[in-house]
Design a protein around this ligand. Structure first.
Ligand code: SIN
Length: 328
């Protein structure tokens, strides 16, 4: 294989951030244009042809439907372009999990699509941005990266979009995989996969929708009562996700109110506010009686994306929805 041609789609984030000082604590995300980042990578002598398109220049707290639509369209175009071997999306780390999840379930598992971010801005001492970017180029240009679904490259590890979870607010080692750990380890010069591609030839799980319905996340806490469920209902969501206690639990009155939400035709997914672990059916909560869906290995923010995409695709059968949450 010759030098890989990689399309970079930039959205902003800390990887494109600037502090204006190498030792400053504060910084602004999304300040560096993709052309400058590409020039920085090429100055390292990376053996890849890189071309970049700025989709957005925002901190990822401001990423949502208006950015996801053009991002998805540009990826679909790049996937269809025979001259392009892989795609990199530069992204803030705060909502990278959600963008990665959305792309993973709405794209075929063909050419590599790799999200990459950074925890330190480009001009900070010890910035991780250029290294993470060089690692992402290594992954996106590797023929063995095909058929693995969307991936996230951070801190010398490659994580599957479905597993990647941000677990630290400031460490450069900010992401972990659950339930699987990394798919591989990467440096700008080396790449080791821990197993073969497991999705080769898989089509997209769901059509990319025209819009995403409103789905709200309800965060459970000690002393909570059912009034918060009523407050959220006033927003008229199409469904709700419980960021529940432990195994996706909540006070009895809250669970009763959520069962009424299900009875009114709005699906409720029970997830957990705990960083790690699965939420399984009928453990402490009687999901069969209440009609809840258990999030299994998906955290609340990923569950929300999966529920939104299913609802947008007209999938409302609870058994089918549960099967999609069970699937990895
Ligand atoms: C952001 O998500 O845009 C800011 C934080 C980061 O990129 O690490």
């Amino acid at each position: 294989m010759g030098t890989p041609h990689i399309r970079i789609l930039a959205t902003g984030g800390t990887i494109a951030g600037s502090a204006g000082s190498a030792i400053g604590h504060g910084y602004r995300a999304g300040q560096v244009a993709i052309a400058d980042m590409v020039a920085g990578a090429q100055a390292l002598g990376i053996a890849a042809q890189l071309d970049g398109i700025d989709i957005a220049q925002v901190g990822s707290q401001d990423i949502g439907w208006p950015q996801w639509q053009p991002l998805h369209r540009h990826i679909v175009e790049a996937l269809a372009d025979e001259d392009i071997d892989g795609i990199i999306v530069t992204h803030g780390t705060d909502t990278a999990e959600e963008t990665a999840m959305l792309l993973d379930i709405t794209l075929p598992a063909g050419k590599p699509v790799v999200l990459v971010g950074a925890m330190r801005p480009a001009d900070a001492v010890g910035s991780d941005g250029l290294r993470n970017f060089a690692n992402a180029v290594r992954v996106a240009g590797d023929p063995a990266a095909h058929g693995r679904g969307v991936m996230l490259v951070m801190g010398d590890t490659v994580l599957a979009a479905s597993d990647a979870r941000k677990w630290a607010t400031a460490n450069i080692d900010a992401f972990r995989g659950y339930p699987r750990g990394p798919l591989g380890v990467v440096t700008p010069a080396t790449l080791d996969w821990f197993g073969p591609a497991d999705r080769t030839g898989n089509p997209a799980r769901f059509a990319f929708p025209d819009r995403l319905p409103r789905v709200e996340i309800l965060y459970a806490h000690a002393g909570m009562d059912e009034a918060t469920v009523g407050a959220l209902l006033r927003l008229d969501p199409a469904g709700m996700v419980l960021a529940g206690l432990g195994q996706g639990n909540a006070p009895r009155a809250v669970l009763s109110a959520l069962a009424e939400v299900v009875a009114s035709g709005r699906p409720v997914v029970r997830a957990s506010r705990v960083d790690e672990g699965s939420v399984d059916r009928n453990v402490e909560v009687d999901d069969d009686a209440a009609g809840f869906i258990a999030s299994r290995a998906y955290n609340p923010q990923k569950s929300r994306i999966l529920l939104q995409v299913m609802l947008a695709n007209g999938i409302t059968d609870p058994a089918r929805m549960q099967a999609e949450f069970d699937r990895r």
